[in-house]
Design a protein around this ligand. Structure first.
Ligand code: NAG
Ligand code: NAG
Ligand code: NAG
Ligand code: NAG
Length: 306
């Protein structure tokens, strides 16, 4: 368990999803802007509530999606397992041990807790509370994590009797010969989001914000919501299961026979990440709509009973 926590920490040094997370949130934002501006206004105001309590790098809707990573080294280890749901890939059927915490306290739990806090009927009178502001940021982040399939699984075989911590113990060889942590490779969107000195450093500059906005709109044109009419948009158990299946069917088969990275795999991986970002963004948008509609219902009941 210690090894797992340590490796997750190391992998976050690469912080994919810093860009990936911002993209997911930006897609949700643009989706809501077009479809439910009332939901966006509510969610955005909850983001703002928290700004004076952060390091100033997560003040916008998109940037706030990174906050749950920002607080990792501030004594909040108890939240680590909220970032993933490690359904085992165990092709050899080994006898494996998964402790209760890993089984039960996971990204599905995190999302369900966020929903519980945000829609709590006892606090219907106050749209804004400290926990609502906090759990909104949890939601923005964890729905992104779920769409990185290595946050949905851990791989077991006799080399990894305790699992590979979502690919953190595996290395693949890039085309230039460098070895890279498999989890980090996917965190970096198959290197699309590889960090460099200036790319999307937070707080985002005006031009980076515009880049993010344009990038998300381009992807939304390429992958319109109509393409996903038969996708589940609100159930995190379904989403994590699909991420697990993606890891099992696509991410791991490549490394099962060779750790050699091919340009073909990279192309497929990039396309794969793009689509996962889009679907994650639409799901985040729809989850926020579901939550907000519940809040409106709770408030309506309050008015009737008064
Ligand atoms: C190889 O490529 C990776 C990813 O682009 C980069 O981080 C690394 O510095 C490169 N290594 C060399 C030796 O060029
Ligand atoms: C950083 O990466 C982005 C995206 O790949 C690229 O557009 C930008 O030019 C890079 N910046 C530097 C300084 O390498
Ligand atoms: C376990 O799986 C990894 C990744 O697929 C592979 O590199 C390794 O050779 C496997 N170990 C055994 C003993 O099969
Ligand atoms: C990896 O693949 C490249 C070409 O795709 C090849 O040149 C290289 O020798 C391979 N490396 C290993 C260790 O198999």
């Amino acid at each position: 368990m210690k090894g797992l926590v340590l490796c997750y920490l190391i992998s976050f040094v690469y912080c994919w999803w810093e860009v990936g997370h911002m993209m997911t949130a930006q897609i949700a934002k643009n989706y809501l802007k077009d479809n439910r501006p009332d939901v966006l206004a509510w969610a955005d105001s909850l983001v703002q509530d928290f700004n004076s309590l952060t390091d100033g790098k997560s003040n916008t809707f998109a940037e706030a999606a990174v906050w749950l990573d920002d607080i990792k080294e501030t004594g909040t280890e108890f939240l680590f397992s909220w970032h993933y749901t490690d359904r085992p890939i165990n092709p050899d059927g080994l006898l494996i041990k998964i402790d209760d915490e890993s089984r039960n306290i996971n990204s599905i739990y995190a999302i369900n807790q966020a929903v519980a806090v945000l829609t709590n009927s006892k606090t219907s009178r106050n749209r804004h509370t400290v926990f609502k502001a906090q759990m909104l940021r949890v939601l923005l982040h964890v729905i992104g994590d779920i769409h990185q399939p290595l946050h949905d699984t851990s791989f077991y075989n006799s080399s990894y009797p305790d699992g590979d911590a979502g690919g953190n113990f595996l290395n693949i060889q890039l085309q230039n010969g460098t070895m890279m942590n498999f989890h980090s490779f996917w965190d970096s969107g198959a290197l699309t989001f590889a960090p460099n000195n200036s790319f999307m450093a937070r707080p985002l500059s005006q031009s980076d914000s515009e880049y993010l906005d344009k990038w998300s709109k381009d992807l939304m044109k390429k992958f319109p919501i109509s393409k996903y009419s038969n996708y589940d948009m609100t159930n995190p158990s379904v989403w994590t299961y699909l991420g697990f299946r993606q890891a099992q069917q696509f991410l791991y088969p490549m490394v099962a026979t060779s750790n050699n990275y091919s340009s073909d795999y990279e192309k497929q991986a990039i396309a794969f990440c793009e689509e996962n970002l889009i679907v994650g963004g639409y799901r985040l948008g729809n989850k926020l709509i579901e939550i907000y509609d519940q809040i409106l219902q709770n408030e309506a009941k309050l008015t009737v009973s008064e």
